[in-house]
Every structure is written in C-alpha cells, then in structure tokens.
Design a protein. Structure first.
Length: 169
C-alpha cells in the first residue's frame, strides 16, 4: 500500500518524466505548427529532424571552420546512442573522439545518418518512461546533460545550416 509520501513521489516522478519527454521531443521533432513552444522556434522544422530534413549531402559536408553539419549530426546520433546503450545495460564507450569521425557524406550516407539519428532519438524517447529514474543522481545528471547537449547541437545545426544557405561557409 502506498503512503501519502510514496504517492507524492510517484506523482513527481511521473510529472518530471512527462515534462522531460515533452521538452526532449520538442528538441528532436519540433512542435506541430501553431502549437506553443518552450525551446524551439516552432513548427516541425524547429527541431533537429526538421532542421536537417531539407539539407543536402553537399550542404551537410561543407567545411565550416573545421566542422560540418554532417559532423554535428553524427556526433549527436552517437551521444544519443550512448544514452541508449546505458539504458540497455551496455557499458558505454568513453572515447568521444570517435563521435567526430564523420565529416563528409554522399546522398546515401546522409540519408542513412538522418535515419540513424531519428532511430536513436525514437529509442531514447521510448526508453525514458521505463528506464529512467529521477531518484538516482547519476541518472538525473545524465538526463539533464543529454538534454542540454541535444539543445546545444540543435542550435549549432541551425546556425551551420544558416551559414551554408547564406553562402558564408
């Protein structure tokens, strides 16, 4: 039987999970057109997937000060899969340098990378309700770090795309 404090803890855990999922989903998927946003510029194009949807392989591969859209997309996919590995009970790698190995892509590789990024994000969003605990310091730190990291790279991707499209690459 749940005591009142147990019920309050369960409710807070559920509420934190729901809010976290909603905001993380906004980062990845954007928001439906006309819906209010918390962290993106609005619409589906405001999230990672929408930002990358119309980027060509050539644009994704363009060198922008030693990095590229493809590099950031692969790095983000790699980092999200690091969390997915943690949820799956796998020992995550600590060699972040491997996350920056992709610099250039052809159309086939670019399509595959965008699909892999979406798949990683979908797995993460599906796992959080059953795998995440707001009662463990490591898990809370990981959730907040992953969210902040994804938000940073969404901003980087949007700025890199703008530079490519404005011809300031």
């Amino acid at each position: 039987m749940n005591t009142p404090s147990d019920t309050a803890t369960i409710d807070v855990n559920d509420q934190l999970t729901s809010v976290f999922l909603g905001k993380y989903r906004e980062l990845l998927e954007g928001m439906p057109t006309g819906e209010p946003t918390w962290v993106t510029s609005g619409g589906p194009e405001g999230g990672v997937y929408g930002t990358l949807a119309d980027v060509t392989a050539e644009e994704a591969s363009r060198d922008l000060g030693g990095t590229s859209i493809a590099a950031h997309a692969e790095h983000l996919r790699w980092a999200i899969d690091l969390v997915n590995d943690y949820f799956a009970g796998k020992e995550p790698t600590s060699d972040w340098s491997e996350s920056w190995l992709v610099k250039r892509v052809d159309e086939t590789a670019w399509t595959a990378l965008k699909e892999a990024l979406r798949s990683a994000g979908d797995r993460l969003l599906a796992a959080v309700p059953t795998q995440h605990s707001w009662h463990e310091e490591f898990a809370v730190n990981g959730a907040l770090a992953s969210y902040g990291h994804t938000a940073y790279h969404l901003g980087a991707l949007r700025q890199l795309k703008k530079r490519v499209r404005e011809g300031t690459a």
